[in-house]
Ligand binder design. Sequence first.
Ligand code: UDP
Ligand code: MG
Length: 335
Amino acid sequence: MPKKYAKGIIPLTPGFQDQVLTIIVPVYNEAQVIASFHERLETALDNTPVRRTEIIYINDGSKDSSMSILTRIVGNNVNVELIEFSRNFGKEAAMSAGLNLANGDAVIIIDADLQDPPELIPEMVRQWFQGYDVVNMRRSSRAGETFFKKKTARIFYWLIALLGPVKMPEDVGDFRLLSRRAVDALKQLPERNRFMKGLFAWVGFSVTEISYRRDPRFAGNTKWNYLGLFNLAVEGITSYTVTPLRFSSYLGLMVSVGVFGYGLFTFLKTLLYGDPVQGFPTLMLFILFLGGMQLLAIGIVGEYIGRIFMETKNRPLYIIKNHIDGTATSFSSAN
Ligand code: UDP
Ligand code: MG
C-alpha cells in the first residue's frame, strides 16, 4: 500500500535533490487541450523537488494544429523537447520513442488530455524517493467511460490474468513513473509488438501504487474505438503469452476424447438395439463443430505466425521527422 504524507512534507533522502525527471507526453490531435495541459504540468513540476525536469512531447502525426502549438511551447521553454513522427505510429510507439530519448533519472509517462492529473507528479516522485522503481497509477474511478467499456476492460484483465505468466495490475494505464533502471530494462526488450502494459509488468522491480480518480477527457475525443480496443486486447494477449496455443491443443484433445466416447456409445447402441441408419443432423453438427474448432485453432496459430513475420522484418518502431530541442530554439529568447 502506498504511504500517505502530510501535504508539503517531502522526506528527502540525501542525493535525491540532484535528480533529473523526464516527462513523456504522447500527443495525437490534442490541439484543444495541449496549452492547458502544459500550464498545469509546469505548475506541478514547480512543486516537484528535483534539480531539473525535461518534458518530451511526441507528436504522433497529429492532423490538427497540435504541431504549431507544440512548436510554440518548445520555443518558449528551455526544458521542453519535441519529437515529430513522420505519421501516426500509435501511442505505444510514441511512448517507446520517449523512453529512448529520456535522459532523466526517473521518467513519467502521462496523457496529454488531462485524464491523468499532472498534480499527482510530486506524490509519484515522493514514492520514487522512497526507493520504488515503478509507481503505478491505479484508476479508482473511470469517470466518463461507458458501462460497456468498463465491463470489457474487466473481462480483458481477467483473461490476461488467467493466461499470462506475470500478473498485470488491473486498472493501471500507461500513467506511471519508472526509475532509470526500469527504463534501461525496458529498452533492452527488442520486440516490435509493443504492448507496453505487459512489458512494464514483465520487467519487475519494486512496484508501488497510487490510486487516483481518473477525470473525463478535458476536451476532444478518445482515439480508441471498440475495434481498436479489441485489436489491442488480441495483440496484448498474443504478444504477452503463448497460452492460447496450448488452449488449442487441449481443445483438440478434449474433442478427440469426446468423439471417442460418442463412438463407443454408438457402437454399443448398435450392438444392443440394432441400428436403423440415422443421424444426419448429428453428422452435420459434428462436421460443423469440428470445422469451427479447426478454424479457431488455425486462427490462433496464424496470429502467432503473423507476429513472428512482423518481428522478422525488423523495422524501426517509428520514424522521426523532426526533433526540436528546447535548448537550441530558445537560446536567443533566453528565459
Ligand atoms: N495518442 C497517441 N497516438 C495515438 C492515439 C493516442 O499519441 O495514436 C495519445 C493521446 O494524444 C493521449 C494519449 O495517447 O495523450 C491517450 O489517448 P486517449 O485519450 O485517446 O486514450 P484513452 O484515454 O481514451 O485511453
Ligand atoms: Mg484519454
